[in-house]
Design a protein around this ligand. Sequence first.
Ligand code: FMN
Length: 229
Amino acid sequence: MLEIGLFDAIYSARALRRLKPDPVPDEIITRILDAAIRAPSAGNTQNWAFIVVRDGEQRRQLGMIYRKASDIASEMYKARSRPAHMTEEQYRRLMTSGAYLWDHMGEAPVLLVPCLQERATPARATLPPFLDAMYERELAYERRIHGASIYPAVQNIILACRAFGLGTLITTNHIRCEEEVKALLGLPPDVSTYALMPIGYPQGKFGPLARKPVSEVAYVDRWGVAWPS
Ligand SMILES: Cc1cc2nc3c(=O)[nH]c(=O)nc-3n(C[C@H](O)[C@H](O)[C@H](O)COP(=O)(O)O)c2cc1C
């Protein structure tokens, strides 16, 4: 493992889509997974699962599903405008890099699929009347926070990969073809995938990460009063 400070890792763990085919040792994947499971989850349920896809044919198939799903994503991108904070050149580079992955996802030596098992909502009859009356709102709340029990683990994976000199990124396009992914991986009906993360030694370099500055996105006490950074 490289000696890298936490802030250096945070500032340099950019989305790396061009990866070498060289194998990644299992011990390193285990360390990355062990970092993932240190993440918080709602009620500490830890109802996550991580599928490490190494088999060449499984990766190829996942890559094909990602390719198909990305055709939909690409039309959505065309219909959206470029974010105001990005220059045309930055946006063009993002689109080029994204398009590269459409055709090369299956070539990464490891495809990691973070999943969550659904947690049944208590039946209405077991709840006090005031909660029964607002049951739909509670369901909406649960839907809203669901992914928050896996995405902190995904960020831990990104940072752990950075510490090992491995490239990765979070992708979600495949969720558009979720049923095919579930069938391929043999997932039980109540388990869903939340990301598809190619992992491998990078062809390019890490960071630095360009972001909108804190002064544009942070407020003090209420919306619109800029945080004095
Ligand atoms: C929720 C989410 C979904 C994403 N899905 C995809 C994806 O399907 N394909 C892809 O190439 N990148 C995907 N990304 C990666 C983003 O494009 C990337 O994080 C962003 O452009 C910032 O890149 P940078 O960290 O290199 O600056 C996704 C990121 C997030 C947070």
